[in-house]
Design a protein around this ligand. Sequence first.
Ligand code: SF4
Ligand code: SF4
Length: 292
Amino acid sequence: MGVNSLHIELLHSCPCACAACDHRLRGDARLPRAALDAVLRDPAFSGLRLASFSGGEPLLYPGLAKVLGDAASAWPGAALVLLTSLYLPAKALALLRRLPPAVLRRLHIGSSLDGPGPVHDALRGRPGAFAALRKALADIQREFPGVSAGLTFTATSRNAAVFYETWSGARALGVPLGVQFLVPNPNTAGLELDAAARRALAAGLRRALEETPAASPAAADLRQALSFLGGGPTAACGAGVTFLMLAPEGEFYLCPFHKDIKAPLGAPGALRPPAAGYRGRFCAECFLRCAR
Ligand code: SF4
Ligand code: SF4
């Protein structure tokens, strides 16, 4: 099976200071353009179905419009995903205005909503983060109604009880809200879901599910989150095989939980797990629904 998803972190810098994020602890590296060009030329990725661009804040990466255009040419079968805080609405609009229609049609913008306004702002570490997100989404919907957008809620002990309220808020903004769970790092101590938070989150998920068409992708996402909370079945791990991560330092790494397992540019195959897989200490709790 070939690589179908490549997740590219362009830089660590970001204007936000999210409680659960460790990019600000990881230096100021920015992916060299030459490294990106090498990846764009690598035949290992010619069959990509998805290429995501994140950071840090990818809107701060110089020449991002050209990066997206070059990626669209190099990987004609790939959906292009931009994962941004949307804390900088003017930059988001400026980027979209520079993209040709053929790239815009393949672009999905992903961002995060971690609670109703005050909770979101507190978890982002920036007053005004919710207002900026709301403005950015409204601007994009008005000027680029064909561009797809979605939000993700990262469940923590600080927001689990307000999931349903957040989900309703996202609906009012006209975008779907998916769920993800913490990737442990030095900043996440104390944010883990305890039993009460898990119960509260499950109740919110069920309530949202009741209001979601059963056959929709949104319902599948909510059910998957409920299944994960309940310790339900997981899928096979695709780390290093079907999906790869590229760090701003210009090296591949295995998965969000195993940033220490790396491979140099030009040798992404070095990440391929042996028969037993990389079942490191985080695999048992991996929300990517991977091998246990
Ligand atoms: S917006 Fe993203 S990169 Fe920036 S601090 Fe938050 S989680 Fe980290
Ligand atoms: S199962 Fe393990 S190796 Fe696979 S993505 Fe999850 S944490 Fe990474």
